[in-house]
Design a protein around this ligand. Structure first.
Ligand SMILES: [Zn+2]
Ligand SMILES: [Zn+2]
Length: 445
């Protein structure tokens, strides 16, 4: 930090806005002078620019793969910060590159899509948006997962990395990713040449704001941090009959009920007890009337696991149990169940040990009071996993930043709910500082 900047720091501490101290020297010019100056610079950026950007994004959410206004705004902001910006990568994705001499390539990722949820937070900047999804169906839209926090923070990281160019050398790639909520955007960007048309990263980092974590707290661990997720659809075919003459048909509801119960034995009997896994049957549709045995039933499953071997065991188990339960109930070969694995599957998000050690090292040194350790309590999935899947050769670290609006964090409204709400300031400023410090530590490794 230069001597010149010490004076305004004192004034800031007295509660004055930086623009009052340096007339005409507002946000775009107020630079982070050094890594030491980073927390102050981010706070000033928040007051000057980020708060209103966040409120704009929050009030204008867009659904997966139709985030065109958000993408255009992000592209414009990133261009104005001196990045080389490419739009339309993997649909609505944006890639921004800043070359700064020799060195590694590091990617920062933020996802930008909202959800088909009608906002009920009552906030002044609550969304009133209704939008058609990519299939033409209209929904109310809300940033009910906090992706508006992620993109706002990415803009601050972009500014800070530009300001602190003397502290690192290499290539920085920022991506604004579409369609995380349907687990499709990261893969779409990769399929559209994210790793071939642009500098391929050695490391990728990103974070998710978390409503059930205290404001400004950071959780960063190595190993599996998010689970794999697969959707499976099973169509059971039977033979329709009168409900009073079941012997004349094959009842797909009874078959489906047996399959639902038998599927649960895969986890309890085939998977090691300390190895987590979930098979949830979330939909079961069949029938039209009490006294008709229908000819068909449909099941929809979500399958979660923490490692590729368990994942394969669960998927194989679903096929085995479904087909053999049908056989046991006398379903003929020509009516065997149809099992479909949806393409929007996600591998587990596995943080690289070395990458985590480097990022954690700088966070412990500079933001030690933010770091906390908490046990995972669920098996959520995240398509960030695609960016650092083993076949990409990219190492990565994905972490959580707290934004709870409640003192008792367990009472915060859940992600994806109409009341979802996080505190923007601590989550954006902490997320930005952690991303910038992490990236600079990786550049200097
Ligand atoms: Zn979500
Ligand atoms: Zn999310």
């Amino acid at each position: 930090m230069t001597k010149k900047r010490l004076a305004p720091l004192k004034f800031l501490a007295a509660g004055l806005a930086s623009s009052l101290i340096w007339p005409g020297n507002t946000m775009a010019h107020d630079k982070a002078e050094s890594l030491e100056d980073l927390p102050r610079a981010i706070q000033v950026d928040y007051e000057d620019r980020l708060e209103s950007l966040y409120e704009y994004f929050h009030a204008n959410p867009e659904l997966s793969f139709v985030e065109s206004k958000t993408a255009a705004r992000m592209a414009e902001e990133l261009r104005s910060l001196g990045y080389k910006v490419t739009e339309g990568v993997g649909g609505t994705g944006v890639v921004a590159v800043l070359k700064n001499g020799d060195g590694p390539t590091i990617m920062m990722r933020a996802d930008m899509d909202g959800l088909p949820v009608k906002e009920k937070t009552g906030l002044p900047h609550a969304s009133k948006v209704v939008q058609k999804d990519r299939n033409g169906n209209e929904f109310p839209v809300m940033h009910a997962c906090g992706h508006d926090i992620h993109i706002t923070s990415l803009l601050s990281s972009a500014k800070m990395m530009q300001d602190l160019k003397d502290d690192w050398s290499g290539t920085l790639v920022l991506i604004v990713q579409p369609a995380e909520e349907i687990i499709a955007g990261a893969k779409a960007m990769i399929d559209d040449g994210l790793f071939t048309r642009f500098p391929k990263p050695d490391y990728v980092i990103g974070f998710h704001v978390w409503a059930n974590l205290a404001p400004g707290k950071i959780v960063l661990e190595s190993g599996t941090v998010m689970s794999s997720s697969d959707s499976v659809y099973i169509t059971l075919k039977g033979i329709g009959a009168h409900g009073a003459s079941p012997h004349q048909g094959i009842d797909p509801i009874v078959l489906g009920s047996s399959i639902v119960m038998n599927l649960q034995t895969i986890i309890t009997r085939n998977v090691a007890p300390l190895n987590p896994g979930i098979i949830t049957v979330g939909t079961f549709h069949a029938g039209t009337k009490n006294n008709i045995i229908p000819h068909e039933a449909k099941l929809g499953l979500t399958v979660r696991s923490d490692d590729p071997a368990t994942r394969q065991k669960l998927l194989d188990g679903i096929v085995r149990v479904t087909n053999n339960t049908a056989k046991a109930m006398g379903v003929p070969d020509e009516l065997m169940p149809e099992i479909e694995f949806a393409p929007n599957k996600t591998p587990p998000t596995i943080n690289d040990v070395n990458t985590v050690n480097i990022v954690r090292g700088t966070l412990e040194k500079n933001m030690g009071d933010h770091l906390v350790r908490i046990e995972r309590t669920g098996m959520g999935a995240e398509d960030f996993a695609y960016l650092m899947a083993p076949e990409t050769g990219v190492k990565g670290a994905y972490f959580s930043v707290g934004g709870s609006v409640m003192e008792d964090v367990s009472r915060s409204p859940s992600h994806h709910s109409p009341e979802f709400n996080v505190l923007p300031k601590p989550s954006i400023t902490t997320g930005t500082e952690a991303m910038v410090r992490g990236a600079i530590a990786l550049f200097n490794e």
